[in-house]
Design a protein around this ligand. Sequence first.
Ligand code: KG4
Ligand code: ZN
Length: 390
Amino acid sequence: MKILAIETSCDETAISVVEASGFKASLKFKVLAHIVSSQTKIHAPFGGVVPRLARREHEKNLVPVLDQALSKSKLKNYPSRRSRDGRKNLERILEREPGLLRQLLLYLNKIKKPKIDLLAVTVGPGLEPALWVGINFARALSAAWDLPLQPINHLEGHIASVLIAPSNKYQVKSNNQLIKFPALALIISGGHTELVLIRKWGQYQVIGQTRDDAVGEAFDKVARLLGLPYPGGPQISNLANKAKEANKLIKLPRPMLNSKDHDFSFSGLKTAVLYLLPKLGKLTTSKIAAVAKEFQNAVIEVLVKKTMRAAKEYKVKILIIGGGVIANTALRAAFEQATQDSHLSLLIPHLSLTTDNATMIALAAYLQTNKASLANKLIKLEARGGLMLK
Ligand code: KG4
Ligand code: ZN
């Protein structure tokens, strides 16, 4: 089965085409196209993602990204004659995205319906204005091509991203046989910090989350305090790697490290950096590096200890970590070390699948096909805020 998936929950306009077959140990995936158009440069001057701009960029980018995905997957065909079948609804579906409607109508006139079996789209959690563009675009394609449409939770996408082994981005065979339940997933990105207990594919329970800022958001805000550009995660990580000696003055709290629940809090850490900086006198590069390192150490200690504690309490066998922040090498190393001598196996996605992408959405959609009945009709879609508890 060929799945075309669309992801626009934040600042990446992404479309992938994945060919999938089999279940459990015979599960196989082939990534036919993996297109991600990032808006990072547009949001950088604002120090974070601006929803209104994200929406505008998605509107502009979706048709070109679709064109790239169809070309790359060799599913782009030209018709012998123009056809307008199935396109009457599009004006209604895309009434709030007139620019996108114009581009799409022109594009659909040029190509034949591609050989795709299923469409999938991220419906949340994420930035609502950004999500809606992707959802309406997917609904329009579903109407134009008469294809079923599967709504996908973004967090489930991050979880499913580990189905493709890290060493082999476009591999054919999945590593699904490695996954044993119950499993625990830690999702850490600019918008998320969630601990999700997975009893089996499709059965998720959020057992812990941030009470304020997400981990990536904290990296970005602290980087800003240190005068570093957005996105701050890679900047802090680079500086922290260069930091030499420890400075006794530079000590930050480990928020909620010993709390009895599995929740996190990172905004206090940012405030602690804000109060610390004036006490350090002239901010030399080495002092900034030392603060970056201490901040990163604090985040790592809290994430690793609390995640390992939750893994023990729920007796999980597999720990999955997804989201942009796991690109952090020190954090990866800390989790590798923490799981080394335990019965817990660590699964981290390929680097290209840690940040937002549509391949993970297609993988999640395929996991759902065995339980959902995919009637050939438009599924009612809504941008929704939280992960559904089952
Ligand atoms: O998953 P992602 O691409 O987008 C969201 O859904 O937010 O994650 C982006 C976040 C940003 O906050 C960025 O600063 C952070 O991931 N990030 C990192 C690193 N690389 C990206 N944080 C810490 N260390 C890194 N190396
Ligand atoms: Zn994400």
